[in-house]
Write a protein that binds this ligand. Structure first.
Ligand SMILES: Nc1ncnc2c1ncn2[C@@H]1O[C@H](COP(=O)(O)OP(=O)(O)OP(=O)(O)O)[C@@H](O)[C@H]1O
Length: 303
């Protein structure tokens, strides 16, 4: 089993509101292995930001335990926070300074060598635009500069909370490419998002939460699962349905058969003189897994 960079167990966060007690995170377990991009996926209000804030010592957990790099947090947070970069809210940059000037100032303030500025600019793909004023940047470029700022201290763990919020498709792609290359460079990235495509395209593993609870976790390939559905194209679906029923299969109204024995579907239909024009495996995507798991979990639970 690989080393875990983030661990949380039985994590809980309650907020007292005028409406009563709001449970934002409830008995949440989280295990993020070292290396690669781990998706932290959940509908709006499911507790992602609250969890991240607790991990970073920005919010106090009501119950549960957390570890970063094996160290208990918040108690030992000071010993590991230097290895963690996070973009949780939009950081403030000086609008009249260039991206590079902003990064240089930041590097000085945290005692990072100026060579890190070049490396960070290159990693996030801002080379060529780094000497332009911040205020002329697109939202995607601003977000990439925010990621570059966190890279100045050469973090081993990068936590990004909804980094593509408010971006257009081109901006989303820019950030996605940046995150992918960071994951490939050996940094562990925790990417919180409610955008399925984002997670499916860049993440190796993911945790899905709903109403503050962990619903599923593992490698994206395992979460999606092997294809067990086949779309059947036949001239007479009703006749095919009857034949398949007798053979112990079920043909849905969408002409799908759920099975791991597609050859037997072909055989049963062929034996009855029904010739398939198509038998297509239908791969479940993360979206369908997500929707199945999180249906009806949009809101934080009021208790
Ligand atoms: N300071 C607070 N006081 C009261 N309730 C809060 C507070 N912060 C968060 N919540 C509630 O906790 C729940 C979880 O919120 P959180 O922001 O963690 O969700 P999220 O998954 O990050 O959502 P989003 O995708 O919309 O950012 C929500 O119901 C939210 O309204």
């Amino acid at each position: 089993m690989s080393e875990l960079v983030i661990e949380a167990s039985g994590l809980r966060k309650e907020f007292r509101t005028r409406q009563g007690l709001r449970v934002a995170v409830s008995d949440l377990d989280l295990a993020v292995p070292a290396g690669g991009v781990h998706g932290f996926l959940g509908p709006n209000g499911s507790g992602k930001t609250t969890t991240i804030r607790m991990l970073l010592g920005l919010a106090h957990a009501t119950a549960g335990s957390m570890r970063l790099f094996g160290e208990p947090v918040p108690d030992r947070l000071p010993s590991v926070i230097g290895r963690v970069g996070a973009v949780v809210e939009s950081p403030k940059f000086a609008p009249h300074f260039s991206g590079r000037q902003n990064l240089t100032l930041l590097a000085r303030s945290i005692g990072a060598p100026s060579s890190r500025v070049d490396a960070a600019v290159e990693t996030v793909g801002l080379t060529g635009r780094d000497r332009d004023r911040f205020k002329t940047y697109s939202l995607g470029m601003k977000q990439r500069l925010a990621i570059a700022a966190t890279l100045l201290k050469d973090p081993a763990l990068l936590i990004l909370d909804e980094p593509t919020n408010g971006l257009d498709p081109a901006g989303i792609r820019e950030i996605r490419d940046t995150i992918r290359s960071l994951g490939e460079s050996g940094v562990t990235v925790l990417l919180s998002s409610h955008i399925l495509a984002e997670v499916q395209q860049v993440c190796t593993s993911a945790t899905i939460i709903g109403q503050g609870r962990m619903l599923a976790s593992g490698r994206v390939d395992d979460l999606v699962g092997a294809s067990t559905s086949y779309r059947v194209a036949v001239p007479d679906p009703e006749a095919a349905r009857r034949v398949l029923d007798v053979a112990g299969f079920h043909l849905t109204d969408d002409l799908l058969v759920e099975t791991d024995r597609p050859a037997e579907v072909t055989q049963a239909l062929g034996a009855a003189g029904i010739w398939l024009s198509e038998l297509t495996p239908v791969r479940r995507d993360l979206e369908s897994v997500f929707l199945e798991l999180t249906s009806g979990t949009e809101m934080g639970a009021e208790q």
